[in-house]
Design a protein around this ligand. Structure first.
Ligand code: SAM
Ligand code: SF4
Length: 345
């Protein structure tokens, strides 16, 4: 195994190295380390996409508010509770509630109510992760006190200049605000998850190496990172499908797997998700990410009637809800909390 130094130049060199034998050893070493640190089991979070309504306009995302062709839906309380009951009965241990960003009080108080209701139907035993975008300190605190204990918000890229090219230039889409939300989540006591998109236009391997070091320096508890997949109904997607160049699907898959492996080597005791977007590039994408050190899978538990509406990127609507996991052992009825978080607190 080549020695990888945990520096910007060492990680950049590893990401740029496409030697087959090097890549094979890197991924397998990370998989072995995962088994030794967080164990060989994979934990499930049932992913519930509760609404495609979003106030933001991120250039890459199919449900951005300016996409007039996006279909907008919001699940009813009954649908959310019944999907949570399904996850509980199936032994998933945890659910993740995700949605477009809304900050109005109707939305924020509804989330608090729903978190309490989901805790009630499971005698407190179903773990709840939220992924509802940037929210005020008070809102996040209210949701934490209602019973949510993990929160996911991707930094998308740790390079502020690249972040600025992916978002409108206004206060709603500020890199600094996103960082502040990550800090707020940490100080409230959440297990904090973040991550990045891989293979974006204008993104270099050095940027990705910087992302790995950013996650390490923040001492993140959980990570969900995956390939960027262009959506033809977005400004960035349109440009990628015409003038702008991005790495090929094969290159984005390989980069994503190497990012998972390098992060596992850098942060042996965190939770790393095998993300859904990988499966657009390869039907066995999530299985491969697990072999490269990931230990979390998020099967989609949203009702079939709305699946196509949460249309973030091309190909997402055609995915099956449950990834092929082969012989992988599942940690049923367990939260599978981040060991990093446990040791820090
Ligand atoms: N609205 C919340 C937020 O932005 O944090 C949660 C939902 S948002 C759809 C979840 C993630 O989807 C984003 O953090 C982004 O990384 C990812 N995403 C959006 N568009 C994507 C695309 N075209 N390719 C890959 N991932 C994408
Ligand atoms: Fe909205 Fe999240 Fe999509 Fe941005 S990434 S447009 S905040 S749903």
């Amino acid at each position: 195994m080549y020695k990888i130094s945990p520096t910007i130049s060492g990680l950049t060199a590893a990401l740029e190295n496409n030697d087959r034998e090097f890549c094979r050893k890197l991924l397998s070493e990370a998989g072995t380390l995962r088994d030794r640190t967080v164990g060989g089991k994979v934990y499930l979070r049932g992913l519930l996409e509760i609404s495609s309504i979003c106030r933001k306009d991120c250039f890459y995302c199919g449900i951005r508010c300016s996409n007039g062709n996006a279909s907008r839906y919001t699940l009813s309380d009954e649908e959310i509770i019944s999907a949570s009951q399904f996850a509980f009965k199936e032994g998933y241990g945890s659910i993740c509630i995700q949605s477009g960003e809304r900050c109005d009080s109707d939305f924020t108080s509804r989330i608090s109510r729903l978190v309490r209701a989901i805790k009630d139907i499971s005698d407190g035993s179903l773990g709840i992760t939220l992924s509802l975008g940037e929210q005020s300190y008070d809102t996040l605190l209210e949701w934490f006190e209602a019973g949510a204990h993990r929160y996911l918000i991707r930094i998308e890229t740790s390079n502020p200049d690249l972040y600025a090219r992916l978002h409108p230039q206004d206060a709603l889409h500020s890199f600094d605000r996103r960082l502040n939300v990550l800090q707020d989540l940490r100080s409230i006591g959440f297990q904090v998850g973040s991550g990045v998109m891989i293979g974006l236009p204008f993104q270099s391997c050095r940027d990705l190496a910087g992302d790995l070091l950013f996650l390490k320096e923040f001492d993140i508890d959980m990570v969900g990172m995956g390939p960027y997949i262009p959506h033809p109904g977005t400004p960035l997607g349109k440009e990628c499908l015409s003038a702008l160049s991005i790495p090929t699907a094969e290159e984005r898959l390989s980069l994503s797997l190497k990012m998972v492996a390098l992060l596992r080597l850098l942060m042996p005791d965190i939770n790393i998700a095998a993300t859904t977007a990988l499966e657009v590039l390869d039907p066995r994408g999530r299985e491969k990410a697990i072999a490269a050190g990931a230990n979390i899978v998020m099967p989609n538990i949203s009702p079939a009637r709305v699946r196509a509406g949460y249309d973030l990127y091309e190909g997402k609507r055609n995915l099956t809800e449950s990834p092929a996991l082969g012989e992988i052992e599942i940690g049923y009825n367990q939260w599978g909390d981040s060991l990093r978080f446990k040791s820090r607190v």
